[in-house]
Design a protein around this ligand. Structure first.
Ligand SMILES: [Zn+2]
Length: 394
């Protein structure tokens, strides 16, 4: 991630200091550029420390600015230490499919099909192959103007844009957004749902909404590559560092009368440390669907701004909308680890892998004296002296 990662690490430090952070517009302008090789140069008149110094909101906010529920007097609570779930029975007891989808089902008046499922290319904790920051939410890819609806009943604590107060790693990140604090608490903790990149907002701070009530429309405000809804769940505090995987909160589909389930799990080393960015292969063996699909899920990336496991599960991967039935689940590090898992209708199925950590990840193409071959492997018996391919540079 290079210096961009360093910048975000600094921003993370700032974000930990209070419930809301004011960061200069120069920072936001930098964040707008998502190129992985971006080099960050401090603004001319500021040192990085100056630029990223956070200002906790001690007093009332400017009347024209957005506001959030004040929580400055409460120290962030450390989650109580838990023994992570070891099996699906524990996971079912910890299950909390409280939320409906934030995009309606069906089609618009113009016949456009609404996408009410989670995009699989950039799920929670993903870096999309190091192209992007670890994702603190999930995407619902829909065209501009698609309705956004409340996933659960609660009170609107933010409705507006993030020009002044950062709700992500910087200001001007989520653009127009809504945050709803749910009526229901989880283990005594507040639960928030966040809807980002909105084209327009149709609710006001202080309003109470029911699940399914309109909140506004899909857009691409803030840092967004094309129109979509960015959806987050936050537990405890309304902070970027307090997110959880929404796929563990959203109710799985019911398809032709069959309740689907959700799979979550832990991939840990023998010391119990969660291993980042390990591929988990989930293959249907005998499932209740006409269209069984293999799924490949990466465990959550490491992130100084905290990609969190569920309080009880301490999972590092999850995927919802899985047809019930029997699955083969495997992880390959120094060897192949394989288990079977049963998904029951409407339930959370849980699996734990204790594995040897993988070797170092392959590094980017090294600068080397040896010619680069276009073939990555030479089959047995092949010409033992392949001719290096000379690639002409334009
Ligand atoms: Zn997103």
């Amino acid at each position: 991630m290079g210096s961009l990662g360093g910048l975000l690490a600094l921003a993370a430090v700032a974000a930990c200091n209070g419930p809301a952070v004011i960061v200069g517009p120069a920072t936001a302008a930098v964040i707008n550029t998502r190129a992985p090789q971006a080099t960050w140069t401090p603004a001319l008149s500021l040192t990085p420390a100056d630029e990223l110094t956070s200002t906790p909101l001690a007093g009332p906010l400017p009347t024209s600015g957005p506001t959030i529920t004040p929580r400055a007097t409460r120290a962030p609570t450390e989650p109580p230490p838990v023994t992570p779930c070891a099996d699906s029975a524990c996971a079912v007891a910890a299950q909390h499919f409280w939320l409906a989808r934030p995009i309606p089902s069906g089609t618009s008046a113009a016949g456009r099909v609404y996408v009410d499922y989670v995009d699989r290319s950039y799920p929670y904790g993903s870096t999309q192959n190091d192209a992007r920051e670890p994702h603190h939410g999930v995407e619902f890819f829909n065209g501009s103007g698609t309705p956004i609806i409340a996933a659960g009943a609660g009170t609107v604590v933010m409705a507006g844009d993030d020009q002044v107060v950062a709700f992500g790693p910087s200001t001007q990140f989520y653009g127009r957004l809504v945050v709803v604090e749910l009526d229901q608490t989880y283990a005594g903790q507040h639960v928030f749902t966040l809807y980002g990149h909105m084209q327009s907002v149709s609710v006001a701070i202080g309003e109470h909404v029911e699940a399914g009530d309109a909140l506004g429309l899909v857009g691409s405000t803030g840092v967004a590559i094309g129109p979509h809804l960015h959806f987050e769940v936050r537990v405890g505090e309304n902070l970027y560092t307090a997110t959880r995987n929404p796929e563990l909160w959203l109710t799985p589909y019911t398809v032709d009368g069959t309740l689907y389930g959700t799979i979550a799990g832990r991939v840990v080393d023998p010391q119990g440390n969660r291993l980042p960015e390990v591929t988990v292969a989930i293959r249907p063996v005998n499932t209740q669907t006409d269209k069984p699909r293999n799924r490949f899920v990466l465990t959550y990336a490491a992130d100084p701004q905290q990609i969190n496991g569920d309080d009880r599960l301490q999972e590092n991967f999850a995927i919802m909308d899985m047809p019930p039935g029997l699955y083969s689940v495997s992880v390959s590090t120094t060897k192949l680890y394989q288990q079977t898992l049963t998904v029951r209708p409407g339930e959370l199925a849980f699996i734990t892998f204790v594995v040897n950590p993988p070797g170092p990840r392959p590094t980017a193409a090294p600068v080397s004296d040896t010619p680069v071959l276009t073939e990555s492997a030479t089959p047995e018996g092949a010409d033992e002296t392949p001719t290096p391919e000379i690639v002409a540079t334009p």
